[in-house]
Ligand binder design. Structure first.
Ligand code: ADP
Ligand code: MG
Length: 592
């Protein structure tokens, strides 16, 4: 259970500064002020010895007492001022600014990170990093750092100062240390386990919930609501177990620490009385000691609770850091923009991260500017992977992908994406109006432009039948849009975007014949004068392609027009024959 490493304070400090980023100097300044504040507070406590000694002495002198009192007052005021300066940072706009900057930075990261890395996160996970972890780490940072410095610095200053006043008493204060340190370490481990496991269980639960809810319509349709709730149920169960264990793990050390503080108090009282009896100690000194101990016991006991918060912060910090550290695509210099839009793969090898199986092997392909190229091949042969690499989903291990003779690594990611429209088989619609869903293709488009694109994609007819036409919210009509209609909305988006390269990944394969005709008409509108890549299952739909690439097992097997490949009687020919036979069977069985 104790496999979680407790980070050193140095590590926590470094990670804090990294996250504070531009505001690191503010954080440092705040920490410095806290340190100064608590050094002064420690000194103020230490001066209780001379103060109380001067009160309880036989030859009482008011001026003397007032002098010590004055010193304590001054030290306390200085301490207060610095604490105030340090807290000024916590409660002022700075910390809100850091939180805001960090969230923006993480958002930017999610926007630009390679999709390959993004897909490794579950939706709920990113959610909890951006919402919860950012707050946990930074908002707590201000409050916790103050408590931490108080506990860490005040006792040390008191002990050191006491050494100059009365070494024997300083030793008495030190007695607690050999016991307190191991108890502290042990309890950190326990609470650490509690907090990290707790955070993990929470994140899993959140992700499972999001996925469950997202999948609910499908699950209901197939009557699997119960079956699939099992995952969710399981993570709820795990959370309960972790919380049960965690509560025990973090409460026990706190009780022990509290008891320890009480014992030290009693021990000092007994030892002090003994020394007073032997006249080695004054009543004033013992009183001072007890006051100090009393004043210290509370923060000491609180410290364990605080260190629990430290653990939460740290777990959050780690999640944030991991996200911030994900590799970003480097853009090669000089940054270039193509003037034409032919596509080339030169000797490309690609394997998905975490697999050792190559999805593409020494792939060489040429796709001419403003041509229609079809990619065909068995499922899993690498067709989608080719289109992903054109969009720089990830960089190939070997070889170059070029657009207009320029390595796509020399292009800004946003520039590259502006050249490409993609129409997938499943269309994602945002919970917004139909109009805005189409506008997504070109965010600054006027309503007229959106309507024009909608017309061109044959959306107009079904949109005008919706209750509020273009102002209908997608969420309100839910599943009432057919696959073909959703598809046409996504084509309208692409028409509006008007990118020179269009990628169609099996867009019509899931549609019935009637929708297919409508979608095909919309597509014809979209692909005019574009460099088009179409991945299609049904070979009959791509017979008119300028070029057909037959991919098998990540390699280019054949290329040519339908006629050329047909004549060749190779892989394409046999695939085509097989599909024709299936068609004939279908026809026969409907006739019979
Ligand atoms: P196609 O589109 O031709 O059906 P893909 O390009 O999707 O094939 O897949 C090519 C190969 O890469 C397959 O073996 C597939 O299992 C693998 N693959 C696809 N996506 C991933 C991924 N995200 N991680 C690991 N392997 C993947
Ligand atoms: Mg595919």
């Amino acid at each position: 259970m104790n496999n979680e490493k407790v980070s050193s304070f140095k590590e926590s400090y470094d990670i804090t500064l990294k996250i504070a980023d531009k505001s690191a100097s503010l954080v440092k300044r705040s920490f410095l002020y806290f340190i100064i504040a608590y050094i002064f507070q420690g000194l103020a406590f230490a001066f209780f010895f001379p103060l109380l000694n001067s009160i309880f002495t036989n030859d009482f002198n008011l001026n003397n007492t007032l002098f010590w009192f004055g010193i304590i007052a001054i030290l306390s005021i200085v301490s207060f001022i610095f604490r105030w300066l340090a807290s000024d940072f916590q409660y002022s706009k700075d910390i809100v600014q850091i939180t805001h900057d960090l969230r923006n930075k993480l958002g930017e990261k999610i926007k630009t990170m390679p999709l390959q890395s993004l897909y490794k996160y579950r939706t709920g996970e990113l959610n909890s990093i951006l919402a919860q972890n950012v707050d946990e780490s930074i908002l707590h940072m201000g409050i916790v750092s103050g408590m931490f410095f108080e506990v860490a610095i005040v006792p040390i200053v008191i002990v050191i100062a006491t050494f100059f006043i009365d070494p024997a008493m300083a030793l008495a204060l030190l007695i607690a240390l050999p016991i307190a340190v191991p108890v502290y370490k042990w309890s950190r481990k326990k609470t650490k386990w509690d907090k990290t496991q707790g955070a993990k269980a929470h994140a899993t639960l959140e992700a499972d919930t999001v996925e469950y809810i997202q999948g609910l319509p499908v699950l209901r349709a197939v009557n699997q609501v119960g079956e699939n709730a099992q995952n969710l149920q399981k993570s709820i169960g795990i959370l309960r177990e972790v919380q049960k264990k965690g509560l025990y793990a973090s409460t026990l050390p706190m009780i022990i620490m509290n008891t320890l503080v009480e014992f030290v108090f009693l021990f000092v009282l007994a030892l002090g009385s003994l020394w007073i009896a032997n006249e080695e100690f004054t009543i004033g000194a013992l009183l001072a000691l007890l006051i100090i101990l009393g004043r210290l016991s509370e923060p000491l006991a609180n410290f364990l609770a605080v260190s629990g918060v430290l653990d939460i912060m740290e777990a959050s910090f780690k999640h944030i850091k991991k996200l911030l550290d994900t590799k970003e695509f480097s853009i090669k210099e000089p940054k270039q923009k193509p003037t034409k839009f032919d596509i080339k793969f030169e000797n490309v090898d690609f394997a998905y991260e975490g697999t050792n199986q190559t999805a593409l092997k020494s792939l060489d392909i040429q796709i001419k500017d403003k041509s229609l190229t079809a990619i065909v091949g068995p499922s899993g042969s690498g067709k989608t992977t080719i289109t992903k690499l054109i969009m720089r989903y990830d960089d190939p291990q070997n070889g170059i992908v070029k657009i207009g003779d320029i390595d796509i690594r020399n292009m800004e990611q946003t520039t590259l994406m502006s050249y490409i429209s993609v129409v997938f088989q499943d269309v994602y619609l945002f919970d917004d109006t139909i109009l805005n869903n189409i506008r997504m293709g070109k965010p600054n488009a006027s309503d007229e432009e959106v309507l024009k694109a909608s017309n061109a994609a044959f959306c107009h007819e079904f949109v005008s039948r919706l209750p509020n036409g273009y102002e209908t919210k997608v969420g309100e009509i839910g599943g009432s849009l057919s696959g073909g209609e959703r598809q046409r909305i996504s084509i309208a988006r692409a028409i509006l975007k008007n990118a020179p390269i269009v990628i169609l990944d099996e867009p019509t394969s899931a549609l019935d014949t009637q929708s297919e005709v409508a979608v095909q008409n919309a597509l014809d509108e979209l692909i005019k004068d574009k460099t088009v890549i179409v991945i299609a299952h049904r070979l009959s739909t791509i017979a008119h392609a300028d070029n057909i690439l037959v991919i098998e097992d990540g390699k280019l097997k054949e290329k040519g027009t339908h006629q050329e490949l047909f004549k060749k009687q190779g892989k394409y020919y046999s695939m085509f024959q097989a599909q024709q036979r299936v068609k004939e069977w279908n026809v026969k069985s409907t006739i019979e």
